[in-house]
Design a protein. Structure first.
Length: 113
DNA sequence: GCGTTGACGAGGA
DNA sequence: GTCCTCGCCAACG
């Protein structure tokens, strides 16, 4: 990735998240090398619904497994519905078995090549 | 041009 | 263990 914008890189990683898995903003940020700019990842998701192909932003939660960004979806309950549709249990805006469903790009992709 | 906000996270008390 | 503070960088008012 030479010239890819930070936003676009975020979208790219999010699209790689397998179905039924979740990750956190900070993890994505760290993967992109901008660990400190975890906020920018969340902000980038702000335009997730404007890019193509669409970004599964519902698979991205904060490091606590909380659906902090659900209010940015079409409907506050939309995010939870999408997650449950993938087999992810969500209770009180929190992903159950978060640690187990956690998906780390640097770990799963393991691109050392 | 300046101050505030924000889909976060880590570190210190 | 919880609570508070700082950093990060872009967008918005």
């Amino acid at each position: 990735m030479d010239r890819a914008d930070f936003f676009e890189q975020v979208y790219q990683v999010v699209r790689l998240i397998p179905r039924g898995r979740v990750t956190s903003y900070g993890t994505i940020a760290a993967y992109l090398g901008t660990k400190g700019s975890s906020r920018m990842v969340g902000y980038a998701m702000n335009g997730a619904h404007t890019v193509h192909p669409p970004v599964p932003a519902h698979r991205v939660v904060n490091r606590q497994g909380l659906l902090t960004g659900k209010h940015h979806f079409e409907s506050p309950s939309r995010m939870q519905e999408l997650l449950e549709a993938e087999g992810i249990a969500v209770l009180n805006d929190q992903v159950q078995h978060f640690k187990k469903l956690f998906w780390d790009p640097a770990l799963e992709l393991d691109l050392e090549a």
